[in-house]
Design a protein around this ligand. Structure first.
Ligand SMILES: Cc1ncc(C[n+]2csc(CCOP(=O)(O)OP(=O)(O)O)c2C)c(N)n1
Length: 343
């Protein structure tokens, strides 16, 4: 049950319909996500920021490929591990870093979880910690788009663990009944903290959950970047043109613990090794090379460019001021608990 038994080694044959420029751009976002994520893990281990960090290493193709077909005016309603989608939506690295370092000039003024990013400017809805809570809100935003006749789409993410929550089912039911312009992407990485997928559902495929709500569900290899892009893009286009919701399950894997404070010793080392052999980045690099789209020189140049942007972003974020203790209650209550308790 739920073993993510993908045997295919090769990346899906690139549909000729994807222009080479897009295939290169997809690589840029893919490698940018990997470089940034690995660096954040290091920064945490170096004690440069408090709390913890939720890595999405191993899941980059699903994050990047699913978001690449979005337009700037579309909205992402994320769970907690969608870094690839944010980077692809064009959010600058410094934006995340200011939040990670809990600085006063971050979008949450240093008050939220390091990985619960949000950006009104980029159409990123800030998730709460309650699993699946983002889905009814996403459905509500999709309803607003439909009522206002705006050709906008909501991309709502959920882990396979989160599909056990009532809010998941309420949101999908509502989206199905009202034919909402929303795409649900289930990131099935086989583990919800230490709970295996086999203890979340007796279904073989999480996409089958869509059947109960009257719209299509599809399961795909989430480590196949081009397959994720083409599948999700078709669902986005359908949603935008009034065709209603789709649920897409991306089978993938997180390489590290639930967060950086989790040694993940509940997993079999062989399972981890098997998935590392299906590294979505290496898989795509081999594809680019084999098809003469991009060689190692160009890849190195892109990586160096990203490293330079990252260094500057880290320096800027670390130099930013911390919030002052007196500001702790600001924007939290409609009154000031320091001076103005009601009643
Ligand atoms: C209602 C609720 N229960 C438990 C938690 C603690 N929690 C945070 S993430 C997580 C695992 C979620 O698993 P999944 O949805 O599969 O996403 P993944 O972490 O694998 O990306 C849990 C149990 C929570 N935030 N909210």
């Amino acid at each position: 049950m739920n073993t993510n038994a993908i045997t295919r080694e090769k990346l899906s044959a690139a549909p000729a319909a994807i222009p080479v420029e897009d295939q290169k751009r997809l690589y840029y976002f893919l490698i940018k996500t990997r470089i940034f994520d690995e660096r954040c893990r290091r920064l945490f281990k170096q004690g440069r920021f408090p709390g913890t960090y939720f890595s999405a290493v191993g899941q980059e193709a699903a994050g990047v490929g699913s978001a690449y077909g979005l337009r700037p005016e579309d909205i992402i309603a994320p769970s907690h591990r969608e870094l690839g989608a944010y980077v692809t939506k064009g959010i600058p690295l410094v934006h995340f870093l200011k939040q990670i370092f809990a600085r006063a000039n971050s979008s949450d003024k240093g008050k939220s979880h390091p990985c619960h990013y949000g950006s009104t400017e980029h159409g990123l809805y800030t998730p709460a910690s309650t699993m699946a809570g983002q889905l009814p809100v996403g459905a509500g935003m999709a309803l607003a788009f439909k009522i206002r006749r705006e050709p906008r789409v909501v991309m709502a993410y959920i882990g396979e663990g989160g599909t056990s929550r009532g809010a998941f089912h309420e949101a999908l039911n509502f989206a199905g009944v009202h034919d909402l312009p929303i795409v649900f992407v289930c990131m099935n990485n086989l583990w919800a903290e230490s709970v295996p997928a086999s203890l979340q559902s007796r279904l073989e495929r999480y996409s089958d959950r869509a059947k109960a709500y009257g719209f299509p569900g599809v399961t795909i290899d989430g480590n196949d970047l081009l397959l994720v892009y083409t599948t999700v893009k078709a669902a986005i286009d359908k949603a935008r043109s009034g065709g209603g919701p789709t649920l897409i399950e991306c089978q993938t894997y997180r390489w590290y613990g639930h967060s950086e404070i989790d040694p993940a010793n509940y997993r079999d080392a062989k399972e981890v090794e098997e998935w590392k052999r299906r590294d979505p980045v290496a898989l795509y690099e081999r594809y680019l090379e084999a098809n003469g789209i991009m060689g190692s020189k160009e890849r190195l140049r892109i990586q160096q460019e990203i490293e330079a942007e990252l260094e500057a972003a880290i320096a800027e974020a670390e130099a930013a001021p911390h919030p002052r203790a007196e500001e702790a209650y600001d924007d939290v209550y409609s009154f000031s608990p320091r001076t103005n308790f009601p009643g």
